[in-house]
Design a protein around this ligand. Structure first.
Ligand code: GLU
Length: 491
């Protein structure tokens, strides 16, 4: 197959907000589809809505996509730099009679544009069945029109929607869709300001960019008949549409800030791993068939297809996202995790350059020891802080529970001496030294183990003690036990 037959898809965010979970999921589906098919994935910034755009948000959207590991092959293209194309398409439609000049002030034409051309404000059930009053400018005679022009009345260009018949299209997810044309208003293509509406610019660009599959949120289903009408009027076959289901919060209403963070950036900041987030997003409205959940990105690419996309709205389940994160913290080879832990340690000011060099093995072993108990990257610098710095504190609860026996200071002082005199520092030697002391003091080994754990890592729940001792090293362990002795006495 020549490359020209390969699919071309696009993600087309409007910079009116941060990259949110729904947008990221749409971007991911496009990217997985392109990779699966050996096609091309474009990024297009839809920034023609001067009132709602915030250009400063573009960088954040790009950064969030990069964090997620979603790479585009072409772009980013900016619609604001392509305005002439939309104007000439509108003029072409005007010349062919598919469009007409409308001299009404925006507010005068009650059947005018609804909010549905804006992102996220459309409804997902197709155009509502309400009858639109055709704009009176639709039937202006040539003399009437010239008169308006002479008066210098500004005009928009509207689409002359047929008053009869129906517009149909096939959706790869939602199946055959049909809308009665009488339910579609004479929507604006080009505003009197010369700026295109979303309906026009999206079609012009999807044609110019040779997009074969439009994969986007189901909130755009209701826009699609208008776009199909424009395609037909321009004499172009529409692409394949695939509308992906909405994402709801736990209460089954559309996911919004009320449900907690919706921007991808906030999940990055919270310490989620990009691959975990990708795996989680991929399953919001798509399934590989069967029960498969933990799927590394290569597997997602191999298995992704539009036929696995569901019509049923997906529910954003934070507990599930956390579950994915623990999977990705714990399962892949530890080397894959090291760069993320390194970044987290740098963020917390705990990083030491040696860990990138001769200390790399130590760093890998330590991360490997700690990771079974982590849920978020921040755990490495919070509860596991003592693995990376001597500057840590002792959890109050752990002190209360395991440092309350008054014989402990003396016993720990002896333990420090015993450990200090060990010729070899390894798991079994530390284990034997501690058990020997416990026996001679007449206490259970567990009693000393728990107290020692709090002394060396400040926590009651931490990795196994003797493995912890090995990674921390003799000097640190002995010094920390000695440091704890007066703290225990002072209780
Ligand atoms: N700019 C639109 C949005 O952000 C894109 C819609 C589309 O993909 O056609 O919702």
């Amino acid at each position: 197959m020549s490359s020209s037959n390969k699919p071309r898809v696009r993600f087309a965010p409007s910079p009116t907000g941060y990259l949110h979970v729904g947008g990221a999921r749409t971007a991911l589906f496009n990217s997985l589809f392109a990779k699966h098919e050996g096609g091309t994935f474009l990024l297009r910034i839809e920034d023609t809505d001067v009132e709602r755009n915030r250009p400063e948000l573009v960088d954040g959207i790009l950064a969030a996509l990069k964090w997620l590991g979603i790479e585009w092959d072409e772009g980013p293209f900016f619609q604001s730099q392509r305005l002439e194309m939309y104007v000439s398409a509108a003029e072409k439609l005007l010349a062919s009679g598919a469009g007409f000049a409308c001299y009404c002030k925006a507010a005068e034409y009650a059947g005018g544009d609804s909010a549905e051309e804006h992102e996220g404000e459309g409804d997902d059930e197709g155009a509502k069945s309400k009858k639109f009053v055709p704009c009176s400018c639709r039937d202006l005679t040539e003399p009437e029109r010239s008169a308006k022009e002479r008066e210098g009345t500004p005009h928009a260009i509207r689409f002359r929607t047929p008053r009869t018949g129906a517009t149909t299209f096939e959706d790869a997810v939602f199946g055959s869709r049909e809308v009665q044309n009488q339910d579609v208003e004479d929507f604006v293509l080009l505003r009197s300001s010369g700026l295109p509406t979303y309906q026009l610019s999206v079609v012009v660009d999807d044609i110019d960019m040779r997009i074969t599959h439009v994969i986007r949120g189901a909130d755009h289903l209701s826009n699609t008949p208008k776009q199909v009408l424009i395609y037909h009027a321009l004499g172009v076959t529409p692409p394949i549409f695939a509308h992906v289901p909405l994402i709801l919060g736990a209460d089954r209403t559309r996911l919004s800030k009320r449900h907690g963070a919706t921007s991808v950036g906030s999940y990055a900041g919270e310490g989620f791993l990009p691959e975990a987030f990708r795996n989680f997003l991929a399953l919001l409205g798509w399934s590989a068939g069967g029960d498969a959940e933990f799927m590394r990105t290569q597997e997602l690419i191999e298995r992704f297809s539009l036929s696995g996309v569901s019509r049923t709205n997906a529910v954003f389940d934070r507990a599930k996202l956390e579950w994915f994160n623990t999977q990705y913290l714990q399962k892949p080879p530890v080397e894959e995790l090291l760069p993320y832990v390194e970044a987290e340690l740098k963020r917390a000011g705990l990083w030491q350059d040696a860990w990138a060099g001769f200390g790399r093995d130590w760093f890998a072993r330590t991360v490997d020891l700690v990771r079974p108990r982590t849920r978020l990257l921040g755990d490495f610098t919070r509860w596991a802080r003592a693995f990376f710095t001597d500057d840590f504190d002792y959890e109050q609860e752990a002190r209360d529970k395991f440092w309350k026996d008054e014989r402990l200071p003396a016993m720990l002082a002896k333990l420090a001496d015993a450990l200090a005199s060990l010729p070899d520092w390894n798991h079994d030697a530390c284990d034997a030294a501690l058990r020997q002391l416990a026996a001679s003091e007449g206490v259970k080994a567990g009693f000393l183990i728990n107290a020692t754990r709090v002394a060396i890592v400040g926590r009651a729940v931490a990795p196994p003690l003797f493995e912890t001792m090995v990674v921390l090293g003799k000097d640190r362990v002995v010094a920390r036990i000695r440091r704890a002795v007066p703290l225990i006495s002072a209780r």
